[in-house]
Design a protein around this ligand. Structure first.
Ligand code: CU
Length: 137
């Protein structure tokens, strides 16, 4: 009986240790072309520019009008974004499309869960917001 109680105790302890890894995934908000007060969509920046999260956490990109959230695969850098001659993002380019995890709706908000550790590029693909204004993070 004592062995059973000890075994149950060990299992309970293991559950308590594993619980924080799964139960407390967080969601961080990035203002996407908006200021913190949420009323200015003409700010072509991400605020904050960098966020640090844990594996399994999510980021809510609070999109202002008119912006389009694009999240790239792990390790893609700003130099790899495919541009047209006029500085606009070439949304139809096959390489550009293959490099993307998410292309949000125009003017839309995006929430994405990052399950793999590393650095992810997020840009606005609207007009020249990325190339002319540096709207990325
Ligand atoms: Cu934009």
């Amino acid at each position: 009986m004592r062995k059973l109680a000890t075994l149950i105790g060990i299992v309970m302890l293991m559950l308590l240790v594993a619980l924080p890894l799964t139960a407390f995934a967080d969601t961080v908000t990035v203002m996407f072309g908006r200021e913190s007060n949420g009323d200015n969509a003409s700010t072509h920046q991400l605020e904050p520019h960098n966020v640090f999260i844990l594996e399994g956490d999510s980021v809510f990109f609070d999109g202002g009008v008119p912006h389009t959230v694009v999240i790239y695969r792990l390790g893609i850098t700003p130099d790899e974004v495919v541009l047209l001659g006029n500085g606009r993002v070439n949304n139809a380019d096959p390489t550009e499309q293959a490099n993307r995890l998410v292309t949000g709706a125009d003017n839309g908000n995006v929430t994405y869960q990052f399950d793999e550790a590393g650095r992810y590029l997020v840009i606005c693909s609207r007009g020249t917001h990325f190339s002319a204004d540096g709207m990325f993070g």
